[in-house]
Design a protein around this ligand. Structure first.
Ligand SMILES: Nc1ncnc2c1ncn2[C@@H]1O[C@H](COP(=O)(O)OP(=O)(O)O)[C@@H](O)[C@H]1O
Ligand SMILES: [Mg+2]
Length: 235
């Protein structure tokens, strides 16, 4: 793997106001990620996994500390700059798929490109490529309600990948899937990670996801408890 740092977190603190006090969700956490990693944040519910992914994805801001994503300090970005970072460089995959129900598969994936300067022809090519990556070219006209959960998550993967982001953040992506579909989408993401060198960071407590990770970062009470490289992950 190239030794190329794309995320650098130093002494990150995230606190939320509760009543008259505050709750420390991330407690002086330091962590880095290299290009091409297939890494996961694991830990019990409430340990800070989603909070950390949201800060890396520039959906939320640090209370203290320094977070560099693709050489940009996220706390110094204007709203417009952080929107641009998300739109161009970061893909998101959620537990609940978050597809637009009135749009078909093609349109749901195309949606991720609408804020970019691309011709309709270029867009169509990019969308069809992404649907091919996830094996859904035959379903372009289907609405989400006509698809299985596994297929919906495949659409969400295509949507996250269509702009060829450097980083994909996946928050409990298998939580609503059965075992077979979970393995299928994990294999798809791993293939994309290998072929396109996209960095994947998961938040999960699913054992099935952990089997594929090449790095497991255990969080507890907003701190890194363990950070382990897996020598022989499932491919
Ligand atoms: N907006 C918020 N306001 C107050 N507390 C929050 C907020 N977001 C998260 N928390 C708290 O921070 C802790 C970590 O939450 P989260 O990052 O969602 O954990 P995980 O994803 O590991 O389950 C939890 O105790 C949660 O209740
Ligand atoms: Mg969570």
């Amino acid at each position: 793997m190239e030794n190329h740092s794309i995320i650098k977190i130093e002494n990150l603190v995230k606190s939320f106001p509760v009543g008259k006090g505050e709750f420390i969700a991330l407690d002086n956490l330091s962590l880095g990620f290299q290009k091409g990693e297939f890494a996961g944040l694991v830990g019990p519910s409430g340990s800070g996994k989603t909070t950390l992914l949201n800060i890396i994805g520039s959906l939320d801001t640090p209370s203290q500390g320094k977070v560099m994503v693709l050489d940009k300090s996220v706390s110094e970005l204007t709203n417009r700059q952080s929107a641009q970072l998300r739109n161009k460089h970061i893909g998101f995959i959620f537990q609940t798929f978050n597809l637009l129900p009135v749009y078909n598969v093609f349109e749901n994936v195309e949606f991720a490109l609408l804020l970019q300067k691309m011709s309709a022809t270029e867009r169509r090519k990019a969308v069809m490529d992404a649907l091919e990556w996830v094996g859904l070219t035959e379903k372009v006209k289907s609405r989400p309600s006509m698809l299985s959960g596994g297929e919906c998550q495949r659409v969400a993967i295509a949507r996250s990948m269509v702009k060829r982001p450097e980083i994909v953040l996946a928050d409990e992506p298998t939580a609503n899937l059965d075992s077979r579909n979970s393995h299928n989408i994990l294999q798809t993401m791993k293939n994309l990670n290998r072929e396109l060198k996209t960095t994947f960071i998961f938040a999960t407590h699913d054992e099935k996801v952990m089997q594929y990770l090449d790095r497991i970062i255990s969080l507890e009470d907003g701190k890194v408890l363990k950070d382990e490289i897996v020598t022989d992950p499932k491919n």
